[in-house]
Design a protein around this ligand. Structure first.
Ligand SMILES: Cc1cc2nc3c(=O)[nH]c(=O)nc-3n(C[C@H](O)[C@H](O)[C@H](O)COP(=O)(O)OP(=O)(O)OC[C@H]3O[C@@H](n4cnc5c(N)ncnc54)[C@H](O)[C@@H]3O)c2cc1C
Length: 436
């Protein structure tokens, strides 16, 4: 569906200014839109619902528990359990949930809780007198007083430096693979030690790759253990409480009090962001992963080039020194870096004005998820260096959505809902004042 006011640039000035445009229709964007709609803000949401989830290979499962994987609406009416029950099934603790089921749940949530989804991608968000001018991929434009940027993980793919110059035919990111069948019969090297790497390697074996090896800088693979029962008595619960990010008190801090995380000193936040909830495989994957025979730990690629016979030559450094490895294809399962530089959807003027945080230069996010540019709100991975690890997971959408919409409402009140300027920081107002 297209919003009616987005068709031609020429008529832009005659069209209404939306109170809120949400860019991104994943778990975060849809949750923000659901909260905004419930508060009568009539948000317009751009993007293909649950795109990154629909793009994952079939056969993948959620690592998070179903009860930690709800999208958020204020009444809690459209949780994962409500969807499962409508389908005549149950999403149970300790039972891995297919990614395809979760993606379909997100679509169901969008149909029920989110009023106006426009599937076009937004090409640019630029400052404008009334707030922001958004340009869609087909050139249509929309004006907004506030914007919630919830573009998720895909703009922030991380590929190791020595592999970046190689064409997609030889090197892909794990998120590029809808299906892995195209790599059947090939010799594939998977780089990384996290869930995406280990699951991709197992799926490649199952898809008939001729050889699969895992290459990782880590010196050992880490595996999560089977989660304990939810109801397990007082002492085990006190010792290591269940949280949406796994058991334990440290996880409880990350899961339940992202606002406290945001108030930690910047250096502490950066250290925790770099180390918390590090790479580990899901408990249910371990048995399947046993089929991947070749695992090279403590290794890193120092150079890569295409050979004369159309293969890849990798120069590799490992515990026993340097060596050379030939392979047909590399899948870099090396995660995402929430750097503002990669948020190409933001107009350069906007991007360069934003205050950043952390070594990768993520945009700093204020108390109610407003960036340092008044009226520009952020959700999801981009906010993880400010709010902590839960923002890397669906679980963080519950904390984010209500607060972000509260921030939007405050900003609209402060800016005047009838057309006064909300964007563009005035001198001395670099930081978001809303709730800061
Ligand atoms: C293989 C894999 C497995 C994972 N498993 C789990 C798990 O089990 N549990 C968990 O909690 N998390 C998991 N994650 C992390 C997960 O990706 C995030 O928790 C979640 O997707 C964040 O939601 P989001 O809305 O921020 O981003 P996304 O789900 O990435 O959604 C972003 C949306 O924005 C849209 N978009 C992007 N740019 C634009 C634009 N310019 N204009 C319009 N729309 C745009 C996209 O099309 C997409 O629909 C996994 C990630 C990967 C890669």
């Amino acid at each position: 569906m297209k919003t009616e006011d987005t068709m031609a640039n020429a008529k832009t000035t005659a069209r209404p200014v939306h109170d809120l445009v949400v860019v991104g229709a994943g778990p975060y964007g849809l949750s923000v839109a659901a909260h905004a709609a419930a508060h009568g803000l009539h948000p317009v949401t751009f993007g293909r619902p649950m795109e990154s989830w629909h793009a994952m290979p079939s056969g993948m499962f959620l690592k998070s528990e179903p009860w930690a994987s709800h999208l958020s609406d204020p009444a809690g009416a459209y949780g994962l359990d409500a969807y499962a029950s409508e389908r005549g099934t149950r999403a149970e603790h300790g039972v891995p949930l297919p990614v395809s089921f979760f993606a379909a749940y997100g679509d169901w949530f969008a149909r029920r809780a989110v009023p106006a989804v426009d599937e076009r991608m937004i090409a640019s968000v630029a400052p404008a007198p009334e707030g922001f001018l958004l340009t869609a991929e087909d050139g249509g434009t929309v004006r907004a007083r506030t914007v919630a940027l919830a573009v998720g993980v895909l703009p922030f793919l991380e590929v190791p430096g020595p592999l970046r110059h190689l064409p997609r035919r030889y090197v892909t990111h794990s998120s590029h693979h809808g299906e892995l069948a195209a790599l059947a019969g090939r010799d594939v090297t998977v780089v990384g030690a996290g869930q995406a790497a280990l699951e991709t390697a197992a799926l490649l074996v199952e898809a008939g790759a001729a050889a699969v090896r895992v290459l990782a800088r880590a010196d050992r693979l880490r595996w999560n253990t089977l989660p304990p029962a939810l109801d397990r008595g007082l002492w085990p619960t006190l010792r290591a409480p269940h949280t949406g990010l796994g058991c334990g008190w440290r996880n409880k801090l990350y899961a339940d009090t992202p606002g406290v995380f945001r108030r930690l000193p910047a250096a502490t936040r950066a250290r925790l962001f770099g180390s918390a909830l590090g790479p580990a495989g899901a408990w249910w994957l371990r048995e399947r992963f046993a089929a991947v025979g070749d695992v090279r730990l403590g290794h890193r690629i120092t150079a890569a080039a295409v050979t004369g016979d159309d293969r890849l030559r990798l120069d590799v450094e490992g515990p026993d020194g340097t060596g050379v490895l030939e392979t047909d294809h590399v899948v870099a399962a090396t995660g995402f870096v929430p750097s503002l530089d990669r948020a190409g959807v933001l107009d350069p003027a906007l991007r360069s004005a934003l205050r950043t945080v952390g070594p990768a230069g993520a945009p700093e996010t204020g108390a109610l998820f407003e960036s340092s540019w008044p009226g520009l709100f952020l959700a999801g991975l981009l906010t993880a260096p400010s709010y902590g690890p839960s923002m890397r997971f669906v679980f963080g959408a519950g904390y984010t959505a209500g607060r972000l919409v509260k921030g939007v409402r405050r900003r609209l009140r402060a800016g005047g809902r009838g057309g006064a300027v909300v964007g563009r920081p005035r001198s001395g107002e670099r930081a978001a004042r809303v709730g800061a």
